[in-house]
Design a protein around this ligand. Structure first.
Ligand SMILES: [Zn+2]
Length: 154
């Protein structure tokens, strides 16, 4: 089992990011349609923090304009607490309360213990009826841990 909130699965290569120093939240920065100085982001991914000029680096948005990244070590630093994460919600590309699903998914992975690993088994667990329609099953730590134990060894 991966170490919760410390080890993450890279969206690019599928291998483990062993600690927050080795990972980044990658996204695309776009102009704010309202002309404000605050830039907005979209297409959030969690990937390895390797040299992204190299061809085999873990970048989803390579060669796109406005590519940015934030170190997971900064986002998960005790000094920030959840402040950095909440700030990110404010930079999602929209001006309503609706949060883009890709950002929401990254935030769950960064804040809910075991979510990052358990999400790979959600379809199987749903088919089996091990988890149901209750949305809360998807962020209940004990349930997520059970999902990993039950499905990871198959
Ligand atoms: Zn990777």
């Amino acid at each position: 089992m991966n170490k919760p909130l410390t080890e993450f699965v890279c969206d690019c290569c599928g291998q483990i990011i062993k600690n927050p120093n080795e990972g980044v939240l990658e996204y695309i920065e776009v102009e704010n349609p309202k002309g404000s100085e605050i830039y907005l982001g979209k297409e959030y991914k969690i990937v390895h923090n390797n040299n992204y000029t190299s061809k085999d680096s873990c970048r989803i948005h390579r060669n796109k304009i406005g590519i940015r990244d934030l170190g997971l070590n900064e986002l998960l630093n005790d000094d920030y607490g959840t402040g950095a994460i909440i700030t990110l919600i404010g930079t999602s590309e929209n001006d309503s309360i609706v949060i883009h699903s890709d950002l929401l998914e990254c935030l769950r992975r960064l804040t809910v213990p075991y979510y990052d690993e358990a999400k790979f088994y959600f379809n199987e667990a749903l088919e089996d009826g091990f988890i149901g329609d209750n949305q809360l099953d998807f962020c209940k730590v004990s349930k997520l841990k059970e999902i990993i134990m039950r499905y990871s060894r198959r």
